[in-house]
Ligand binder design. Sequence first.
Ligand SMILES: Nc1ncnc2c1ncn2[C@@H]1O[C@H](COP(=O)(O)OP(=O)(O)OP(=O)(O)O)[C@@H](O)[C@H]1O
Ligand SMILES: [Mg+2]
Length: 216
Amino acid sequence: MTDSVKHEAILSCKNVSFRYSSGPWILKNVSLDIQKGERLGLVGPSGYGKSTLSRLLAGYDAPTEGQILWKGGKLPQKGFCPVQMIYQHPEKALDPRWRLKRSVSEGWQPDEELLKKLNINSRLWFDRYPNELSGGELQRFCIARVLAPQTEFIIADEMSTMLDALTQAQIWNVLLDEVKRRDLGLLVITHNKSLAEKLCTRIVDLRDINNAADRP
Ligand SMILES: Nc1ncnc2c1ncn2[C@@H]1O[C@H](COP(=O)(O)OP(=O)(O)OP(=O)(O)O)[C@@H](O)[C@H]1O
Ligand SMILES: [Mg+2]
């Protein structure tokens, strides 16, 4: 394998700029390559566009200018997206009208071992609606849900902010174990620099790569 192939980015943004309709530029000329096997921490002050960038990387929004590349091409437009997000507020990821069992990806059920590691009581929970679980329980469910076999890259956007310290440590252990075991890509967005240093192989401050002059 040549060096250039070995180091090809799995997920990247090339000269990406973004604004919400006619609002100010949130991101301007942002370029970032995430290499295979890398666990990247993205930090920066509130309102600088971390979540905005993560939505572009996951394909939920399109850049106003520039390109997002998944393995050098486009993210698949149909079917299961290999880039999956875990949000700060887990209810964002779920349809409130669906019982949890319907929100698990079609044709896939988390195995008992994973459910046990995340302390998920599927027998009790899967018949409930999202508003019938606590925030922490729902977040653990969302973590199991993104660990589908087709997932190749996980973006965790402030995923543990709402949890107590012990639960935070437990779920990060489970997620990190899975990421390492399955060689998944990981982007961690956090305000907690020591957490990012513990989890990640590289940390990028959005202020250092974002050239938006009129950002908040
Ligand atoms: N749907 C939207 N429409 C208009 N402006 C938006 C929208 N979503 C976010 N913004 C604005 O874009 C800017 C960047 O927001 P974003 O959520 O990406 O920041 P962030 O770095 O994730 O902040 P935090 O650390 O507080 O989560 C903010 O000024 C925000 O008000
Ligand atoms: Mg955010």
